[in-house]
Ligand binder design. Structure first.
Ligand SMILES: CC(C)(COP(=O)(O)OP(=O)(O)OC[C@H]1O[C@@H](n2cnc3c(N)ncnc32)[C@H](O)[C@@H]1OP(=O)(O)O)[C@@H](O)C(=O)NCCC(=O)NCCS
Length: 180
């Protein structure tokens, strides 16, 4: 049975290995190493209050994981997080685990009072879980987007969506042009 947990303490190595192998399978070993290094940085350099991680386990086996980190809009008082990255073990993909992980993460953030969640990826996939394409007039990305069609977001507070004001700033691990 698949179970979902928040947090990553004592699981850092398994989480890095999951991202490295999943992205090596889907994008090649170079990308696998980049994403493995990225999640390692995320866990080692991000203050606790700026990072939420959810994982899926089948018994002791880590089969999926998702990261949410703080995105600060300095001129806006709303609390914003960005969902990135997410991986589901290659041989378990396409069975709903990714969408369940996103669902657990989003309802946790909603309970914590987070107002808005952004992400950057394939709109066809993420629009299944409530994301919609957004423009940089609506929410400025922290770095230059190489794929502006992949800039996505959703409100968690139910309030009518107003553009997020001013420039945004991501956590240091995400502050790398090659990730955007
Ligand atoms: C992308 C990923 C997280 C999705 O998780 P998953 O558990 O395989 O997906 P789910 O089973 O929840 O959802 C399956 C649905 O999404 C679609 N889907 C899955 N991956 C997709 C992708 N990359 N692009 C578009 N659609 C995708 C499937 O076609 C399926 O659609 P259906 O429900 O209409 O049949 C997973 O496939 C993965 O880890 N891929 C490699 C790493 C990656 O690309 N991560 C995302 C970028 S950070």
């Amino acid at each position: 049975m698949v179970e979902f947990y928040s947090g990553y303490a004592l699981r850092e190595r398994a989480i890095c290995d999951l991202f490295t192998s999943t992205f090596s399978d889907s994008e090649g070993p170079e990308e696998g190493a980049v994403i493995g290094g990225f999640v390692n940085d995320m866990m080692n350099t991000t203050p606790n209050q700026d990072l939420f991680v959810w994982s899926a386990y089948d018994d002791e086996d880590l089969i999926g994981c998702i990261f949410f980190s703080r995105l600060v809009f300095e001129q806006d008082d709303r609390v914003v997080f960005i969902m990135s990255p997410v991986a589901v073990k290659t041989d378990r993909q396409g069975t709903g685990i990714g969408q369940e992980l996103i669902g657990h993460g989003l309802s946790d953030l909603r309970q914590k009072g987070i107002d808005f969640v952004a992400t950057y990826g394939d709109p066809k996939y993420y629009c299944k879980t409530g994301f919609r394409q957004i423009t940089e007039e609506f929410a400025q990305a922290p770095l230059k987007l190489s794929f502006p069609e992949g800039w996505l977001g959703q409100s968690l507070s139910g309030a009518r969506e107003q553009p997020l004001l001013g420039a945004s700033c991501c956590v240091p691990a995400l502050n790398k042009p090659e990730l955007w």
